[in-house]
Design a binder for this molecule. Structure first.
Ligand SMILES: [Zn+2]
Length: 575
């Protein structure tokens, strides 16, 4: 008999930053810690990760983090999490290989952290809780589901899977393990929702394989295949077929692609040595134009597309596309990258006669379809269902599937990030708690975070442009050394000629007033200029660009610096 709380810190109502928390009698078990790729209007943000303040505040209660698989939306926040909470990490061999690589990328020494490799035969015990794993089929090998057994039944976490049975061993689902879990009491299942719009699990990659085989036998020249590096199972299929046809394989990626790199090094991507080749940079003696070559171009999001564009434009260092090449695109655009994908396909069609594009209609989704979810629930027979991972429309469809299986609305728990489902002695309580959740924007490595103000400024800069006001003054002598200069960047107004003199006049007046008051500091002047200039610009142009006053106070400068100011000032005059 126990108290159980379940919530998402990320992943519910959105696509990405999956991170869920299961608490059993005060012990906290974290399921995955992922990142989300930013929306198109989040300028300069590389990733968004969940706010983990709740876990930091309760870090003494954290038992560990348990990983389902190695995609970035499930492991990408781990470096950040481990810096704040140095807890234990459990995952399959391949997942932990990816985590190690991620930590090293973030200049973290893997020896300082507690990373444990598990497999589905391992049982972990934490007082009255035991944790087991079962293999699932996904686009990465060694993806697992997680079963947390409590005194009131098991809580099963099954995210990112489909029940496609036509895969290689490292990708197969352990149906026996799932049905075994279902033979005992299952309190709740937390299953993904993103694939609910696809109907059946009958679809598989047969059509892709058939078509690719046909291209291989028809084409006597080079073949360039664009694929997502996250889609390892499909890349393996392409490699197998190419090897069967006596081709040489080269894999190239924008940066060193983590998943591909780790998979090749740890033998998860099987390429016979005799078939694997690395390309040298193109120069006078080397063109990389071998006829027997299949080049796999990988990356995440728009990267495969931008690489193809570089190849068409002959800007790439390894491949310059020719009319003899066959291009195969098997990376349907993800939300936010559709435009770049279309531009690339148009460009390819213009310059290259042979392009085959495999869309979502041909490629099997790596996520649970409606039929997959029905089968999962039939095997596990949970008392409660908690749809996770997906936007609200996906979670709505997920709830519909549950209803069609005879579950009533009290058994289908619809959460939001931060909202808890509370169970006491195996019964769902009507009350829910709301814990603080948010998101953290990060750029570059996961060390520094960007706040909302920075994003807002970047948005304004991109959409409205900027006005720079240069003020050169001598505060000791209390005088303005020259008339303020106004420069606009990315901003243009029909009455530009009108407002610039007005703005100059305003700033001149503000500086003069500043000098008439003793003891006012420079930042006060700066703020005053920003506020007043914003007001004037908004009034005259109906726009709100960013106004940046640049004050040079020569009193504070050395003789050398004064000379530099003089030179810059002369240069600005010429502009
Ligand atoms: Zn995944």
């Amino acid at each position: 008999m126990s108290k159980i709380r379940i919530m998402g810190l990320g992943g519910i109502g959105e696509n990405g930053k999956n991170m869920y928390v299961v608490e059993v009698d005060d012990r906290i078990f974290i399921l995955d810690a992922g990142l989300k790729y930013p929306d198109v209007d989040m300028y300069g943000v590389d990733a968004v990760i969940p706010d983990i303040s709740y876990l930091v505040e309760n870090k003494d209660r954290v038992e560990g983090i348990f990983l389902s698989h190695g995609h970035e939306d499930h492991i990408g926040a781990i470096p950040y999490l481990l810096r704040k909470i140095p807890t234990r990490v459990f995952g399959t061999h391949f997942t932990i290989c990816l985590v190690e690589n991620l930590l090293q990328d973030n200049k973290m020494n893997i020896k300082d952290y507690h990373l444990y490799r598990i497999n589905e035969n391992k049982t972990l015990t934490f007082n009255n809780v035991t944790i087991n794993f079962f293999n699932l089929t996904h686009s990465l090998p060694e993806t697992v589901g997680i079963s947390i057994s409590t005194p009131d039944g098991a809580i099963v976490y099954a995210t990112d899977f489909n029940f496609n049975t036509s895969n290689e061993v490292r990708y197969l689902t352990s149906f026996d393990k799932i049905t075994d879990i279902g033979k005992k009491k299952v309190l709740a299942v937390m299953a993904e929702s993103v694939g609910t719009s696809s109907l059946g699990r009958i679809a598989n990659d047969t059509l892709l394989e058939y078509n690719f085989k046909e291209i291989l036998s028809r084409t006597k020249m080079r073949i360039i295949v664009a694929a997502y590096s996250t889609d390892l199972s499909r890349i393996q299929k392409i490699i197998n077929l190419a090897v069967q046809h006596g081709k040489k394989i080269a894999i190239i990626g924008q940066k060193a692609e983590r998943i591909i790199d780790v998979a090749v090094k740890s033998n998860y991507l099987a390429i016979p040595d005799a078939s694997f080749t690395s390309l040298k940079y193109i120069d006078d003696t080397n063109t990389n134009l071998q006829n027997d070559l299949v080049v796999i171009v990988t990356g995440v999001r728009n990267e495969p597309y931008s690489m193809l564009v570089r190849m068409v434009k002959k800007e790439d260092r390894l491949i310059h596309l020719t009319e003899d090449d066959s291009v195969v695109v098997m990376c349907p655009p993800v939300p936010g990258t559709e435009k770049q994908a279309l531009n690339c396909l148009n460009l390819l069609s213009r310059y290259n006669a042979s392009v085959t594009n495999f869309g979502k209609d041909v490629l099997t989704s790596a996520h649970a379809s409606r039929e997959d979810l029905r089968l999962l629930y039939a095997m596990l027979k949970p008392s409660y269902l908690i749809p996770i991972k997906g936007e609200y429309r996906h979670m709505y469809e997920h709830a519909e599937i549950a209803r069609s299986l005879g579950y009533n609305d009290k058994q289908i728990i619809q959460l939001e990030n931060g909202l808890t489902a509370n169970f006491v002695d195996g019964v769902l309580m009507p009350e829910q708690d709301r814990e603080f959740v948010g998101h953290i924007f990060v750029d570059g490595t996961l060390t520094g975070s960007i706040n909302e103000q920075v994003i807002h400024d970047r948005e304004t800069l991109a959409e409205e442009g900027a006005i720079l006001i240069y003020i050169t003054m001598n505060s000791a002598e209390r005088k303005l050394l020259e008339q303020p200069k106004v420069l606009t960047k990315g901003f243009c107004s029909s009455n530009q000629s009108d407002f610039i003199p007005k703005l100059t006049e305003l700033v001149e007046r503000l500086v003069t007033t500043y000098f008439n008051h003793r003891g006012i500091d420079e930042s006060v002047l700066e703020n005053q200029i920003t506020t007043e200039a914003n007001r004037l610009v908004a009034k005259m142009t109906k726009n709100t660009p960013i106004v940046i006053p640049v004050i040079t106070n020569v009193t504070k400068l050395s003789v050398e610096e004064k000379k530099t100011v003089q030179r810059i000032s002369e240069k600005k005059d010429k502009e």
